[in-house]
Ligand binder design. Sequence first.
Ligand SMILES: Nc1nc2c(ncn2[C@@H]2O[C@H](COP(=O)(O)OP(=O)(O)O)[C@@H](O)[C@H]2O)c(=O)[nH]1
Ligand SMILES: [Mg+2]
Length: 356
Amino acid sequence: MKVALLGPLQSGKSTILAGLTGKTMPAAGAATIDEAIVPVPDDRFDWLAPYCKPKKTTYATIDCLDLPGFDFTGDHGRAAARRLLGQIRTVELLVLVVRTFESPTVPPYRNSVDPARDLAELQTELLLADLELVTTRIEKLEKQVHKPTKTQAHDKAELALQKKLQEAIESEKPISSAIETEAERSMIKSLGFLTLRPVVVAVNVGEDQLAEKFDFGDRIDSATPVITICAKLEHELAQLDAESRTEFMADLGISESAASKFVTSCYSALGLISFLTIGSDELRAWPIKKGTVALDAAGKVHTDIKRGFIRAETFSFDQLKELGNEKALKAAGKIRLEGKDYIVQDGDIINFRFNI
Ligand SMILES: Nc1nc2c(ncn2[C@@H]2O[C@H](COP(=O)(O)OP(=O)(O)O)[C@@H](O)[C@H]2O)c(=O)[nH]1
Ligand SMILES: [Mg+2]
Protein backbone atom coordinates (compact mmCIF):
# COMPACT_ATOMS: atom_id res chain seq x y z
CA MET A 1 0.00 0.00 0.00
CA LYS A 2 1.94 2.98 -1.22
CA VAL A 3 1.45 6.62 -0.33
CA ALA A 4 3.35 9.47 -2.00
CA LEU A 5 4.15 12.80 -0.35
CA LEU A 6 4.14 15.60 -2.90
CA GLY A 7 4.79 19.26 -2.43
CA PRO A 8 6.90 22.20 -3.42
CA LEU A 9 10.57 22.50 -2.49
CA GLN A 10 11.13 22.78 1.27
CA SER A 11 7.50 22.24 2.22
CA GLY A 12 8.66 19.79 4.89
CA LYS A 13 7.96 16.37 3.38
CA SER A 14 11.21 14.80 4.50
CA THR A 15 10.86 16.30 7.97
CA ILE A 16 7.35 14.84 8.31
CA LEU A 17 8.63 11.39 7.39
CA ALA A 18 11.63 11.71 9.67
CA GLY A 19 9.19 12.48 12.50
CA LEU A 20 7.17 9.37 11.66
CA THR A 21 10.03 6.93 11.37
CA GLY A 22 12.78 8.46 13.49
CA LYS A 23 14.95 7.94 10.43
CA THR A 24 16.85 10.77 8.79
CA MET A 25 15.49 11.47 5.36
CA PRO A 26 17.57 12.76 2.44
CA ALA A 27 18.62 16.39 2.71
CA ALA A 28 16.75 19.07 0.81
CA GLY A 29 17.71 19.01 -2.84
CA ALA A 30 17.92 15.20 -3.10
CA ALA A 31 16.91 14.09 -6.57
CA THR A 32 15.69 10.56 -5.93
CA ILE A 33 12.51 9.10 -4.45
CA ASP A 34 13.10 7.71 -0.98
CA GLU A 35 10.91 5.16 0.76
CA ALA A 36 9.90 5.05 4.42
CA ILE A 37 8.00 2.29 6.18
CA VAL A 38 5.72 4.02 8.66
CA PRO A 39 4.10 2.16 11.57
CA VAL A 40 0.38 2.77 12.07
CA PRO A 41 -0.38 3.63 15.70
CA ASP A 42 -2.86 1.23 17.32
CA ASP A 43 -3.97 1.98 20.86
CA ARG A 44 -5.40 -1.55 21.20
CA PHE A 45 -1.80 -2.64 21.61
CA ASP A 46 -1.63 -0.74 24.91
CA TRP A 47 -4.13 -3.22 26.35
CA LEU A 48 -3.08 -6.29 24.37
CA ALA A 49 0.67 -6.17 25.01
CA PRO A 50 0.39 -6.62 28.80
CA TYR A 51 -2.39 -9.19 28.18
CA CYS A 52 -0.42 -11.56 25.96
CA LYS A 53 3.15 -10.50 26.85
CA PRO A 54 4.41 -11.27 23.35
CA LYS A 55 8.09 -11.65 22.45
CA LYS A 56 7.46 -9.36 19.53
CA THR A 57 4.92 -6.70 18.58
CA THR A 58 4.37 -5.76 14.97
CA TYR A 59 2.30 -2.78 13.94
CA ALA A 60 0.61 -2.45 10.58
CA THR A 61 2.65 -0.23 8.28
CA ILE A 62 2.17 2.00 5.31
CA ASP A 63 4.77 2.61 2.69
CA CYS A 64 5.50 6.31 2.14
CA LEU A 65 7.40 7.67 -0.84
CA ASP A 66 9.28 10.89 -0.20
CA LEU A 67 9.51 12.77 -3.47
CA PRO A 68 12.03 15.49 -4.19
CA GLY A 69 10.35 18.89 -3.84
CA PHE A 70 8.67 20.24 -6.94
CA ASP A 71 9.76 23.47 -8.54
CA PHE A 72 7.42 24.57 -11.29
CA THR A 73 9.05 27.97 -11.69
CA GLY A 74 11.23 26.94 -14.62
CA ASP A 75 11.36 24.45 -17.50
CA HIS A 76 14.00 22.31 -15.88
CA GLY A 77 12.06 21.92 -12.62
CA ARG A 78 8.82 21.35 -14.48
CA ALA A 79 10.35 18.54 -16.54
CA ALA A 80 11.81 16.94 -13.41
CA ALA A 81 8.42 17.11 -11.66
CA ARG A 82 6.68 15.55 -14.67
CA ARG A 83 9.15 12.69 -14.67
CA LEU A 84 8.56 12.10 -10.97
CA LEU A 85 4.78 12.15 -11.40
CA GLY A 86 5.16 9.52 -14.11
CA GLN A 87 6.96 7.30 -11.61
CA ILE A 88 4.25 7.33 -8.98
CA ARG A 89 1.24 6.23 -11.01
CA THR A 90 0.84 3.05 -8.99
CA VAL A 91 0.58 4.69 -5.57
CA GLU A 92 -2.81 4.50 -3.89
CA LEU A 93 -2.93 7.77 -2.00
CA LEU A 94 -1.49 11.22 -2.58
CA VAL A 95 -0.52 13.42 0.35
CA LEU A 96 -0.23 17.02 -0.78
CA VAL A 97 2.10 18.88 1.56
CA VAL A 98 1.93 22.67 1.71
CA ARG A 99 3.65 24.90 4.19
CA THR A 100 2.56 27.83 6.28
CA PHE A 101 5.60 28.06 8.57
CA GLU A 102 7.89 31.04 8.27
CA SER A 103 11.61 30.63 8.81
CA PRO A 104 14.46 33.04 8.21
CA THR A 105 16.67 30.13 7.17
CA VAL A 106 14.23 28.36 4.86
CA PRO A 107 13.12 30.61 2.00
CA PRO A 108 9.55 29.89 0.88
CA TYR A 109 8.62 28.58 -2.54
CA ARG A 110 7.91 31.41 -5.01
CA ASN A 111 9.17 33.85 -2.38
CA SER A 112 6.03 33.86 -0.26
CA VAL A 113 4.16 31.54 2.07
CA ASP A 114 0.82 30.78 0.41
CA PRO A 115 -0.67 27.33 1.06
CA ALA A 116 -3.78 27.87 -1.08
CA ARG A 117 -1.67 28.87 -4.07
CA ASP A 118 0.66 25.90 -3.58
CA LEU A 119 -2.22 23.47 -3.25
CA ALA A 120 -3.88 24.85 -6.39
CA GLU A 121 -0.64 24.49 -8.31
CA LEU A 122 -0.19 20.88 -7.21
CA GLN A 123 -3.75 20.05 -8.22
CA THR A 124 -3.30 21.69 -11.61
CA GLU A 125 -0.08 19.80 -12.27
CA LEU A 126 -1.75 16.50 -11.37
CA LEU A 127 -4.58 17.32 -13.76
CA LEU A 128 -2.10 18.18 -16.52
CA ALA A 129 -0.25 14.91 -16.02
CA ASP A 130 -3.55 13.03 -16.36
CA LEU A 131 -4.60 15.11 -19.35
CA GLU A 132 -1.47 14.02 -21.15
CA LEU A 133 -2.32 10.40 -20.46
CA VAL A 134 -5.96 10.78 -21.55
CA THR A 135 -4.96 12.55 -24.76
CA THR A 136 -2.46 9.88 -25.75
CA ARG A 137 -5.03 7.18 -25.01
CA ILE A 138 -7.73 8.92 -27.06
CA GLU A 139 -5.39 9.26 -30.05
CA LYS A 140 -4.61 5.57 -29.88
CA LEU A 141 -8.22 4.48 -29.46
CA GLU A 142 -9.43 6.70 -32.29
CA LYS A 143 -7.20 4.81 -34.69
CA GLN A 144 -8.07 1.47 -33.17
CA VAL A 145 -11.89 1.67 -33.17
CA HIS A 146 -12.07 1.62 -36.95
CA LYS A 147 -10.43 -1.78 -37.12
CA PRO A 148 -12.79 -4.76 -36.93
CA THR A 149 -10.94 -6.45 -34.08
CA LYS A 150 -12.29 -8.60 -31.26
CA THR A 151 -11.95 -5.67 -28.88
CA GLN A 152 -13.79 -3.17 -31.07
CA ALA A 153 -16.88 -2.85 -28.87
CA HIS A 154 -14.74 -2.47 -25.76
CA ASP A 155 -12.51 0.08 -27.49
CA LYS A 156 -15.54 2.15 -28.46
CA ALA A 157 -16.82 2.12 -24.90
CA GLU A 158 -13.41 3.10 -23.57
CA LEU A 159 -13.09 5.90 -26.09
CA ALA A 160 -16.41 7.36 -24.94
CA LEU A 161 -15.22 7.10 -21.34
CA GLN A 162 -11.85 8.70 -22.05
CA LYS A 163 -13.61 11.62 -23.73
CA LYS A 164 -15.76 12.06 -20.66
CA LEU A 165 -12.62 12.07 -18.49
CA GLN A 166 -10.97 14.59 -20.80
CA GLU A 167 -13.96 16.90 -20.37
CA ALA A 168 -13.75 16.58 -16.59
CA ILE A 169 -10.06 17.47 -16.57
CA GLU A 170 -10.62 20.39 -18.90
CA SER A 171 -13.11 21.80 -16.43
CA GLU A 172 -10.48 21.27 -13.69
CA LYS A 173 -12.26 18.33 -12.07
CA PRO A 174 -10.35 15.25 -10.92
CA ILE A 175 -10.98 12.02 -12.79
CA SER A 176 -12.44 10.51 -9.62
CA SER A 177 -15.39 12.90 -9.95
CA ALA A 178 -16.26 11.59 -13.42
CA ILE A 179 -16.19 7.88 -12.67
CA GLU A 180 -19.72 6.66 -12.05
CA THR A 181 -19.63 2.86 -12.13
CA GLU A 182 -17.36 -0.02 -11.15
CA ALA A 183 -17.24 -1.01 -14.83
CA GLU A 184 -15.81 2.41 -15.70
CA ARG A 185 -13.33 2.18 -12.88
CA SER A 186 -12.05 -1.19 -13.98
CA MET A 187 -11.82 -0.05 -17.61
CA ILE A 188 -9.20 2.57 -16.72
CA LYS A 189 -7.63 0.83 -13.73
CA SER A 190 -4.35 -0.09 -15.37
CA LEU A 191 -3.67 3.45 -16.61
CA GLY A 192 -2.77 4.86 -13.19
CA PHE A 193 -4.52 8.22 -13.28
CA LEU A 194 -3.25 10.38 -10.45
CA THR A 195 -6.45 12.34 -9.94
CA LEU A 196 -8.32 9.09 -9.42
CA ARG A 197 -6.49 8.65 -6.12
CA PRO A 198 -7.79 9.78 -2.77
CA VAL A 199 -5.96 12.77 -1.34
CA VAL A 200 -4.91 13.91 2.12
CA VAL A 201 -3.79 17.52 2.51
CA ALA A 202 -1.04 18.08 5.09
CA VAL A 203 -0.49 21.66 6.17
CA ASN A 204 2.95 22.04 7.69
CA VAL A 205 2.56 24.83 10.23
CA GLY A 206 4.90 26.74 12.49
CA GLU A 207 5.00 26.08 16.25
CA ASP A 208 2.90 29.20 16.81
CA GLN A 209 0.15 28.09 14.41
CA LEU A 210 -0.82 24.75 15.96
CA ALA A 211 -4.36 25.82 16.78
CA GLU A 212 -5.08 27.35 13.38
CA LYS A 213 -7.61 25.81 11.01
CA PHE A 214 -7.12 25.96 7.28
CA ASP A 215 -9.99 26.14 4.90
CA PHE A 216 -9.27 25.54 1.25
CA GLY A 217 -12.87 26.21 0.24
CA ASP A 218 -14.05 24.31 -2.81
CA ARG A 219 -10.51 23.51 -3.93
CA ILE A 220 -11.02 20.23 -2.07
CA ASP A 221 -14.16 18.22 -1.41
CA SER A 222 -15.50 17.62 2.07
CA ALA A 223 -14.27 14.02 2.11
CA THR A 224 -10.62 15.08 1.84
CA PRO A 225 -8.91 15.17 5.24
CA VAL A 226 -6.86 18.27 6.03
CA ILE A 227 -4.23 17.56 8.67
CA THR A 228 -2.36 20.32 10.46
CA ILE A 229 1.11 19.19 11.41
CA CYS A 230 4.20 20.97 12.66
CA ALA A 231 6.86 18.79 11.10
CA LYS A 232 9.68 20.34 13.07
CA LEU A 233 7.92 19.77 16.38
CA GLU A 234 6.92 16.21 15.50
CA HIS A 235 10.49 15.50 14.53
CA GLU A 236 11.64 16.77 17.93
CA LEU A 237 8.95 14.71 19.70
CA ALA A 238 10.11 11.59 17.90
CA GLN A 239 13.62 12.00 19.35
CA LEU A 240 12.32 11.85 22.94
CA ASP A 241 11.70 8.78 25.08
CA ALA A 242 8.05 7.93 25.82
CA GLU A 243 7.97 9.66 29.22
CA SER A 244 9.50 12.96 28.13
CA ARG A 245 7.27 12.91 25.08
CA THR A 246 4.10 12.62 27.18
CA GLU A 247 5.36 15.43 29.40
CA PHE A 248 6.26 17.66 26.46
CA MET A 249 2.88 17.02 24.82
CA ALA A 250 1.06 17.84 28.06
CA ASP A 251 3.00 21.13 28.20
CA LEU A 252 1.83 21.93 24.68
CA GLY A 253 -1.73 20.91 25.52
CA ILE A 254 -1.99 18.14 22.93
CA SER A 255 -3.15 14.58 23.53
CA GLU A 256 -2.55 12.89 20.21
CA SER A 257 0.48 13.78 18.18
CA ALA A 258 -0.27 15.21 14.74
CA ALA A 259 1.96 12.54 13.27
CA SER A 260 -0.27 9.86 14.69
CA LYS A 261 -3.40 11.63 13.38
CA PHE A 262 -1.73 11.97 10.02
CA VAL A 263 -0.93 8.26 9.69
CA THR A 264 -4.38 7.23 10.89
CA SER A 265 -5.99 9.51 8.29
CA CYS A 266 -3.86 8.05 5.52
CA TYR A 267 -4.72 4.55 6.67
CA SER A 268 -8.44 5.14 6.51
CA ALA A 269 -8.22 7.16 3.28
CA LEU A 270 -6.56 4.07 1.79
CA GLY A 271 -9.65 2.10 2.84
CA LEU A 272 -7.60 0.01 5.24
CA ILE A 273 -8.60 -1.64 8.51
CA SER A 274 -6.64 -4.02 10.75
CA PHE A 275 -7.31 -7.45 12.06
CA LEU A 276 -5.11 -8.76 14.84
CA THR A 277 -3.35 -11.98 15.69
CA ILE A 278 -2.30 -12.48 19.29
CA GLY A 279 -0.10 -14.96 21.10
CA SER A 280 2.96 -15.24 23.28
CA ASP A 281 5.24 -15.15 20.23
CA GLU A 282 3.81 -12.17 18.44
CA LEU A 283 1.13 -9.54 18.73
CA ARG A 284 0.46 -8.24 15.27
CA ALA A 285 -1.87 -5.96 13.33
CA TRP A 286 -2.50 -6.87 9.69
CA PRO A 287 -3.65 -4.26 7.21
CA ILE A 288 -6.46 -5.31 4.87
CA LYS A 289 -8.85 -3.44 2.61
CA LYS A 290 -12.31 -2.94 4.08
CA GLY A 291 -14.50 -5.76 2.76
CA THR A 292 -11.76 -8.42 2.70
CA VAL A 293 -13.06 -11.95 3.34
CA ALA A 294 -11.56 -14.34 5.90
CA LEU A 295 -9.92 -16.52 3.24
CA ASP A 296 -7.95 -13.59 1.81
CA ALA A 297 -7.11 -12.31 5.28
CA ALA A 298 -5.65 -15.77 5.98
CA GLY A 299 -3.53 -15.40 2.86
CA LYS A 300 -1.99 -12.24 4.29
CA VAL A 301 -0.64 -14.23 7.22
CA HIS A 302 0.61 -17.12 5.11
CA THR A 303 -0.24 -18.68 1.75
CA ASP A 304 -0.34 -22.12 3.43
CA ILE A 305 -2.99 -20.90 5.85
CA LYS A 306 -5.10 -19.77 2.92
CA ARG A 307 -4.58 -23.01 1.05
CA GLY A 308 -5.49 -25.17 4.04
CA PHE A 309 -8.15 -22.83 5.45
CA ILE A 310 -10.73 -24.52 7.68
CA ARG A 311 -12.24 -21.84 9.90
CA ALA A 312 -11.42 -18.44 11.32
CA GLU A 313 -11.82 -18.49 15.09
CA THR A 314 -12.84 -14.88 15.66
CA PHE A 315 -13.74 -12.46 18.43
CA SER A 316 -13.57 -8.71 18.67
CA PHE A 317 -10.98 -6.76 20.61
CA ASP A 318 -13.75 -4.76 22.31
CA GLN A 319 -15.38 -7.91 23.66
CA LEU A 320 -12.06 -9.29 24.85
CA LYS A 321 -11.37 -6.07 26.68
CA GLU A 322 -14.85 -6.05 28.18
CA LEU A 323 -14.77 -9.65 29.42
CA GLY A 324 -11.10 -9.66 30.35
CA ASN A 325 -9.80 -12.89 28.80
CA GLU A 326 -10.44 -15.58 26.21
CA LYS A 327 -11.72 -18.08 28.74
CA ALA A 328 -14.51 -15.71 29.72
CA LEU A 329 -15.25 -15.07 26.05
CA LYS A 330 -15.55 -18.80 25.41
CA ALA A 331 -17.84 -19.28 28.40
CA ALA A 332 -20.04 -16.46 27.12
CA GLY A 333 -20.17 -18.01 23.63
CA LYS A 334 -18.47 -15.01 22.07
CA ILE A 335 -15.88 -16.90 20.06
CA ARG A 336 -17.23 -17.39 16.56
CA LEU A 337 -16.16 -19.92 13.96
CA GLU A 338 -16.31 -18.00 10.71
CA GLY A 339 -16.07 -19.44 7.20
CA LYS A 340 -14.15 -18.37 4.10
CA ASP A 341 -16.62 -15.67 3.07
CA TYR A 342 -16.85 -13.89 6.41
CA ILE A 343 -16.10 -10.19 5.97
CA VAL A 344 -13.35 -9.34 8.42
CA GLN A 345 -14.00 -6.33 10.66
CA ASP A 346 -11.58 -3.81 12.12
CA GLY A 347 -10.35 -5.06 15.49
CA ASP A 348 -11.22 -8.71 14.87
CA ILE A 349 -8.80 -11.01 16.65
CA ILE A 350 -8.42 -14.12 14.54
CA ASN A 351 -6.91 -17.53 15.03
CA PHE A 352 -6.98 -19.32 11.68
CA ARG A 353 -7.56 -23.05 11.77
CA PHE A 354 -5.95 -24.70 8.82
CA ASN A 355 -4.74 -28.01 7.56
CA ILE A 356 -1.85 -28.63 5.16
N1 LIG B 1 10.56 26.30 11.28
C1 LIG B 1 10.20 25.18 10.67
N2 LIG B 1 11.07 24.63 9.79
C2 LIG B 1 10.70 23.50 9.15
C3 LIG B 1 9.44 22.87 9.40
N3 LIG B 1 9.36 21.78 8.62
C4 LIG B 1 10.51 21.71 7.92
N4 LIG B 1 11.33 22.74 8.24
C5 LIG B 1 12.65 23.02 7.69
O1 LIG B 1 12.49 23.31 6.31
C6 LIG B 1 13.56 22.76 5.54
C7 LIG B 1 13.00 21.91 4.45
O2 LIG B 1 12.37 20.78 5.00
P1 LIG B 1 12.35 19.39 4.24
O3 LIG B 1 11.61 18.43 5.12
O4 LIG B 1 13.70 19.01 3.79
O5 LIG B 1 11.43 19.78 2.99
P2 LIG B 1 11.14 18.93 1.68
O6 LIG B 1 11.94 19.57 0.59
O7 LIG B 1 9.65 19.13 1.46
O8 LIG B 1 11.48 17.51 1.94
C8 LIG B 1 14.44 22.01 6.52
O9 LIG B 1 15.52 22.83 6.84
C9 LIG B 1 13.54 21.80 7.73
O10 LIG B 1 14.28 21.75 8.92
C10 LIG B 1 8.54 23.47 10.35
O11 LIG B 1 7.44 22.97 10.63
N5 LIG B 1 8.99 24.63 10.95
MG1 LIG C 1 12.80 16.28 0.91
